[in-house]
Design a protein around this ligand. Structure first.
Ligand code: AMP
Length: 282
C-alpha cells in the first residue's frame, strides 16, 4: 500500500496514474480509525477507481489544547485497517508543516449561518478550521467523490455549503452513522472511555432514539425538556446541548413545520471526553 507524507509526492503520483476515465474517491479522516471510518472507505472503494484516505489531525479545528494533545495517533494500526479493505488504497498522512507551511491558522468562512449553531456555538472557530483543511485537501487530491459521515451532520452540511459557494467540482456524499451493537456511535474518542463509561454511554443513543418517538406527538420544547431531565441527575454525564433543528438550515425548531425535515443533535461530556450523536426525526 502506498503512503505519502507530502503533498508534492501525492500530487505527482496521482497525476501519473489518473486519466480522464478515473474517478477519485476521497475520505478525509483524523486517524484512530474504527469501523465507522472503514464504512466510508468501503463506500469509496465501491464507487471509484482511485481511492485516497487522508490521516491528518488538523490543529486548527481544535479549540481545546488538551483535546488536541490527547487525540489518539495510531498511524501503523490505521494503515493495517485500511489494508483490510483494499491494498490499493492510497494513504496521505502529511505533517502539519506540509499542510500549513509554518502558518497554522484558519481561513475565515461564511457558511450562511450553519456555523453559528450547535458545534459552532460551543467550539468557536471549529468550522473555520474544518473549512480550511477540507478546502486545502480538496485542492490537493482533486477528488471526484468525497465521503463524510452523518455522525458529524453539521460538518457535512458545512462542507456542502463550501463546495457550492466555491464551485469546487466534487460530489460530497453523506454516509450513515456506524454504531456499536449497543447503539453508541463509533468515535475515535470512545477509546478514551473506561469500560464502565463506555457501557454507560449507551444512554446517549437510547435517549435520542426516544426523542425520535416523542417528537411524533410532542413539541420540540417538550422533547428538549425530556432530554435535559434525563441527564440532569446523571452522576457521570453532563449534557452540553440538545437541539432539534431543521436539517437544511440547522436552525432550532420552534414550531413544527410539516414540510421540513428535522434532526436531533446532542453533545455530552463524560469525564472531559466530549461525545456527539444525531438522529433523523422524520
Ligand atoms: P474524524 O476522523 O473523526 O474526523 O472522522 C472522519 C470522517 O469519518 C468524518 O466524515 C466523520 O463524520 C466520519 N465518521 C466518524 N465516525 C463515524 C461513524 N461512527 N459512522 C460513520 N462515519 C463516521
Amino acid at each position: 500500500m502506498l503512503v505519502f507524507n507530502t503533498q508534492i509526492e501525492l500530487v505527482s503520483y496521482l497525476n501519473s496514474i489518473s486519466d480522464q476515465k478515473s474517478s477519485v474517491g476521497f475520505v478525509p479522516t483524523m486517524g484512530a480509525l474504527h469501523a465507522g471510518h472503514l464504512s466510508l472507505i468501503q463506500e469509496s472503494v465501491k464507487n471509484n477507481s482511485i481511492n485516497v484516505i487522508s490521516i491528518f489531525v488538523n490543529p486548527t479545528q481544535f479549540n481545546s489544547v488538551e483535546d488536541l494533545a490527547k487525540y489518539p495517533k495510531t498511524l501503523d494500526a490505521d494503515i493495517a485497517k485500511i489494508k483490510t479493505v483494499s491494498s490499493s488504497i492510497i494513504v496521505f498522512a502529511p505533517s502539519v508543516d506540509d499542510i500549513y507551511g509554518g502558518k497554522t491558522v484558519s481561513q475565515h468562512f461564511d457558511f450562511d449561518g450553519l456555523e453559528n449553531q450547535m458545534e459552532g456555538k460551543f467550539r468557536p472557530g471549529h468550522f473555520d478550521g474544518v473549512g480550511t483543511i477540507v478546502k486545502r485537501l480538496f485542492e490537493i487530491v482533486k477528488p471526484t467523490n468525497a465521503y463524510f459521515g452523518e455522525k458529524d451532520f453539521q460538518q457535512l452540511q458545512i462542507v456542502k455549503n463550501m463546495v457550492d459557494k466555491n464551485k469546487i467540482p466534487v460530489n460530497v456524499i453523506g454516509c450513515p452513522i456506524f454504531r456499536e451493537p449497543s447503539g453508541l456511535a463509533m468515535s475515535s474518542r470512545n477509546e478514551r472511555l473506561s469500560v464502565i463509561e463506555r457501557k454507560e454511554a449507551e444512554i446517549i443513543y437510547k435517549t435520542i432514539s426516544q426523542t425520535q418517538k416523542l417528537f411524533a406527538t410532542k413539541s420540540a420544547a417538550a422533547v428538549s425538556d425530556f432530554v435535559t431531565k434525563t441527564f440532569k441527575n446523571h452522576p457521570h454525564f453532563e449534557l452540553e446541548y440538545f437541539e432539534i433543528a431543521d436539517e437544511a438550515t440547522l436552525k432550532s425548531c420552534v414550531r413544527k413545520n410539516k414540510t421540513k425535515k428535522y434532526r436531533a443533535f446532542i453533545a455530552v461530556f463524560v469525564n472531559k471526553i466530549r461525545l456527539i450523536d444525531t438522529i433523523s426525526l422524520n
